[in-house]
Write a protein that binds this ligand. Structure first.
Ligand code: SF4
Length: 282
């Protein structure tokens, strides 16, 4: 599964599911939106995660499941099992990693086995990640993963279109991989460790204008097992969750229930159509 196909599914409600496997991470990137490191132990109950993904059926499942964190490959066996269950129902799977394992010359076998079970692998790379893991190590590991037959991409983060780092890294990726590895580029957001220093995202939309919110498309499983309608990190972390964004819990709900709530809620439909600012103003 290539990056373009994954991104193409992003606007479609419930076409995808984002699973946060753990908030833990061996790295401490300065811009980390989840505030991850090895001291934070929040992660959903593994048995509940397996049961929830096991509730997918051939007729009712997301097209794609994205395994994220923190660092999802701290739990390679669980990542592999979740991918197996999702693919058995016909979903495809992707994993987003901060590449901690690239610091060793060889990719640990358990991690390579987990990666071999997904349909797409994305490596996070930016100026902050490069202070934790060298670019050359990330490139070497990505070559190894490509050789195993898995489609790969980069998740780059920068400060905007004029960020010289983004110009440099995209050139370097093109040169290293002969233009065959795509990148998705995001801006640093003021969440997690970046809350204290990153500039806020652009000014809010005009309340009188429709500004559909694409973040309310794919359900997100948060680190406490709550399923939310929005992937905004502030929303994912806030408790109690705003009632209109709360889709249930993996301990008590199955995919069919979560999907139905996501698709049928009138408030969510309006948020996806005209946006939250316009809706609140009315
Ligand atoms: S690798 Fe990702 S999860 Fe880990 S500290 Fe960096 S940004 Fe956070």
């Amino acid at each position: 599964m290539e990056l373009a196909e994954l991104v193409g599914l992003r606007p479609f409600p419930a076409a995808g599911l984002l699973l946060g496997l753990t908030r833990r991470c061996p790295l401490r990137c300065r811009h980390c939106s989840t505030g991850s490191d090895l001291t934070v132990r929040e992660e959903p109950n593994a048995a509940q995660l397996l049961r929830f993904v096991g509730s997918f059926t051939a007729e009712n499942r997301p097209d794609v499941v994205m395994l994220t964190g923190g660092e999802p490959l701290l739990l390679p066996t669980l990542a592999g099992e979740l991918s197996f269950l999702a693919r058995r129902a016909g979903s495809r799977t992707a994993v987003l990693s901060g590449m901690f394992f690239a610091r060793s010359q060889r990719i640990p076998p358990a991690i390579l086995r987990a990666i071999a079970q997904v349909d797409h692998f994305s490596a996070s790379l930016d100026v902050y990640h490069e202070r934790e893991v060298a670019r050359a190590d990330v490139f070497r590991a990505l070559h190894r993963i490509r050789e195993s037959g898995v489609s790969v991409s980069f998740h780059l983060t920068g400060t905007g279109a004029d960020d010289p780092y983004l110009a440099d890294i995209t050139r370097a990726i093109d040169k290293e991989f002969g233009g065959r590895v795509p990148s998705l580029v995001n801006e640093v957001r003021p969440f997690g460790r970046a809350a204290a220093w990153a500039r806020p995202a652009r000014t809010g939309p005009d309340p009188s204008a429709a500004a559909p919110c694409s973040m309310a498309a794919w359900p997100v499983v948060a680190f406490d097992g709550t399923v939310l309608a929005c992937c905004n990190q502030d929303t994912v972390d806030r408790r109690p969750a705003p009632a209109h964004l709360d889709l249930g819990h993996i301990g008590s709900d199955d995919w069919e229930t979560v999907r139905r709530r996501a698709l049928e809620s009138p408030v969510l439909r309006m948020i996806r159509t005209v946006g939250p600012t316009h809706l609140a103003a009315r």
